[in-house]
Write a protein that binds this ligand. Structure first.
Ligand code: ATP
Ligand code: MG
Ligand code: FE
Length: 344
């Protein structure tokens, strides 16, 4: 079964063709980063207009690269939230129009659930039950997935998402936008010796908090600048990254021990982080846990993950109504497990 996926929730226009939810036939991404760079962040109006300009051409190219004729497509999937409303509307309208024109079912996909499905593309043998740590620009969640489409929330961030913290710290260190990859690179040249926060206030829970760490960096840099002293940017980056990864490791591996689940998957843009990958791999090996993460290209936003997620959703629940509205604040909030225990 061939699914065409469309992703336009942020600043990447993406269209992909995926076979049976597992095999990528084409996966095109048109990044607008250069358009937003001079503003230091995504400008929603500009993003929507850019999506509109390229989406038709990108769709034609995705079909061409997959060597697939429009009439061979069986299903169309698009992100309907969360994200920027203007962008979501472009992708969603495109997908609905194609569904009508080609007379095939349409499926609306939750972007954050889509990130998890990047793993099913990368690893043909991967099957639930599994534990998933999602670390993206807007989300940080630890989710138990007993089977396809079923999720139980173990913990989530109380304030900033991991990616958001990376981006803000990178900005304070003047590393450019988006900051995560820059900070990752710089950290490799630094020493992680600065104690930015003294203790983990949410230790013992499965929740996350990164705003204290972020503020510690902001204050440190501010104080050094005021005193006219040089900022040891590489050491700050390495220390920040060390602490973020330590918190993520602690939550994920405690949850694995508690649930006795033996498979851990990482998803979202921060899963591209080199220290995160190395330390998670070492810990997984030591604890006999199977660790999966997507290749770098599938960690950040793409349409193949939306097509994969859409396919598995269609198998379970069938098509979405064509009246499905874009939802900028769509939640991915599965039922909370052990609420009292995790959130004292
Ligand atoms: P969401 O999926 O929650 O709506 P998003 O789509 O903006 O948010 P993603 O595309 O999953 O998020 O990931 C982008 C984030 O990943 C950015 O915050 C970026 O800085 C971060 N990131 C990318 N590469 C790395 C890296 N190597 N190290 C740390 N962070 C990274
Ligand atoms: Mg992006
Ligand atoms: Fe994303």
């Amino acid at each position: 079964m061939l699914c065409l996926g469309v992703e336009t929730s942020c600043d990447e226009t993406a269209v992909a063709v995926v076979e049976d939810g597992r095999r990528i036939r084409s996966n095109l991404i048109w990044s607008q980063i250069d358009k937003h760079q001079k503003f230091g962040g995504v400008v929603p109006e500009l993003a929507a207009r850019c999506h509109l300009e390229v989406i038709s051409r990108l769709t034609a190219e995705a079909l061409e690269q997959a060597a697939v004729a429009p009439e061979e497509i069986d299903l169309v999937a698009a992100t309907y939230g969360p994200g920027l409303i203007g962008g979501l509307l472009v992708g969603l309208s495109m997908a609905k129009a194609l569904s009508l024109a080609w007379q095939v079912p349409f499926v609306g996909v939750n972007h954050v659930e889509g990130h998890i499905y990047a793993n099913f593309l990368a690893h043909p043998d991967l099957e639930p039950p599994l534990l998933c740590l999602t670390v993206s620009g807007g989300h940080t969640q630890l989710v138990l997935m007993p089977e396809h489409g079923h999720y139980e929330l173990l913990g989530q961030t109380r304030d900033d998402a991991a990616g958001e913290a990376f981006d803000k710290v990178a900005r304070v260190l003047s590393l450019g936008y988006p900051g995560g990859p820059h900070l990752d690179r710089l950290a490799q040249t630094g020493r992680p010796t600065l104690m930015l926060v003294q203790h983990d206030a949410l230790a013992g829970t499965y929740d996350f908090s990164f705003s204290g760490l972020k503020t510690a960096v902001v204050n440190l840099v501010h104080n050094l600048k005021q005193k006219g002293e040089p900022v040891p940017a590489a050491d700050v980056a390495a220390s920040f990254q060390r602490q973020v990864v330590s918190i993520l490791l602690d939550r994920a591996f405690r949850a694995l021990a508690a649930t006795k689940v033996k498979t851990l998957v990482l998803s979202g843009g921060v899963a591209a982080n080199s220290e995160l990958r190395t330390r998670f791999a070492a810990e997984a090996e030591a604890r006999g846990v199977k660790l999966y993460y997507p290749p770098l290209s599938l960690c950040t936003d793409n349409a193949a993950m939306i097509a994969a997620c859409g396919y598995f959703q269609w198998l379970r629940k069938g098509a979405s109504p064509l009246a499905l509205a874009a939802n900028p604040r769509l939640r991915f909030e599965p039922p909370l497990v052990g609420a009292g225990k995790n959130n004292p």
